[in-house]
Design a protein around this ligand. Structure first.
Ligand code: FRU
Length: 313
């Protein structure tokens, strides 16, 4: 069965050994309460439904990539806590490889309480990062020959991620262009540590939050503002919710595309992570920037019109 994104869905068998997309960053459990409306403080009420979902930006991006048909691996630390069984089973169901993850004893799993409002589709996130340590450069023990693309969600441990990106650059240095790993970083939360990632990857995803925290109030201003900071040959990308998205390769004009609304907004949790996944997928399949942006806005829009991600199938 073809999904509505068949333009970039996989029609030929993919080689899991050499073409994998690796996503590094946060994994948490999202405990999602679907509420009629945003709750009143100090009220006692019923929700429509409560569910657990694998969460965290990099993890969500891996989920959507897998649904779109990409061979994908998630790499991060995972707490050896009672949530581990749920996370492992769910990765297996999704067909996402987690073989290189580091299971950490004696710590708690990051958890988000998410209130989804049926009226607006808004998602209010209350996150506890637990006591799980971040992945370090020492933990980055992977066979780089397995990957076509490596995506990093910028973390407070960005200095460690910089070392991992350096390993990838060194690996690429001896290879023909076609065999090189493409890299991307996501700068989402306004954390000073993330600035050191901006010139270390081929594609830089800047979130609306990150852009506004740096004084940019439109997607075009954001890419214009950040393009000087990215490295030669790189591209900066910025999605702006209902205002669509744009991208600017260094030294080239900005390309802007409008958002594609699903009609009714049902669930916006992970919409940005979905955009990133669709962008990576399309670019991996050889799409030009404009088509990749249009595709990513379409998939992110569709995601907002459904609960969770599985309906993207
Ligand atoms: C959505 C998300 C959730 C997670 C939260 C962490 O983008 O990754 O899955 O709970 O953000 O900030």
């Amino acid at each position: 069965q073809q999904n509505s994104f068949s333009l970039f869905s996989i029609s030929e068998p993919v080689n899991m050994e050499t073409n994998r997309i690796l996503c590094l960053g946060k994994l948490c459990v999202d405990i999602i309460a679907e509420c009629e409306d945003f709750p009143q403080e100090d009220s006692d009420q019923r929700c429509k439904r409560q569910r657990w979902q694998r969460g965290g930006n990099a993890n969500n991006t891996s989920t959507v990539l897998s649904i779109l048909g990409a061979p994908v691996e998630y790499l991060g630390t995972i707490a050896n806590s009672h949530e581990l069984g749920f996370l492992r089973d769910d990765y297996q169901r999704a067909g996402i490889i987690i073989d290189n993850c580091v299971i950490v004893d004696n710590c708690s799993c990051p958890v988000s309480l998410v209130l989804l409002s049926s009226v607006s589709g808004s998602r209010t996130i209350i996150h506890d990062s637990g006591s799980l340590p971040e992945l370090t450069h020492k933990d980055f023990q992977v066979d780089l020959g397995s990957y076509a693309w490596v995506h990093f969600e910028g973390r407070p441990s960005a200095a460690e991620q910089v070392k991992m990106l350096r390993d990838i650059d060194n690996h690429n240095a001896d290879l023909e262009e076609n065999d090189r790993i493409t890299t991307s970083v996501e700068l989402e939360k306004n954390r000073p540590a993330l600035a050191q990632l901006i010139d270390k990857a081929d594609y830089v995803f800047i979130s609306k939050d990150y852009a506004t925290a740096h004084g940019f109030y439109s997607k075009e201003d954001a890419v214009e503002g950040f393009v000087d900071k990215i490295r030669e040959g790189a591209t900066v990308i910025c999605a702006w919710g209902e205002d669509g998205a744009c991208a600017k390769p260094k030294g080239e004009p900005t390309i802007s595309v409008p958002a594609i609304s699903p009609g009714t907004i049902i669930d916006t949790l992970g919409a940005g992570d979905t955009f990133n996944a669709a962008m990576i997928h399309a670019l991996c399949k050889g799409a030009v920037l404009q088509s990749a942006l249009t595709f990513a806005c379409k998939v992110a829009g569709e995601k907002c019109g459904m609960k969770g991600f599985s309906g993207l199938r």
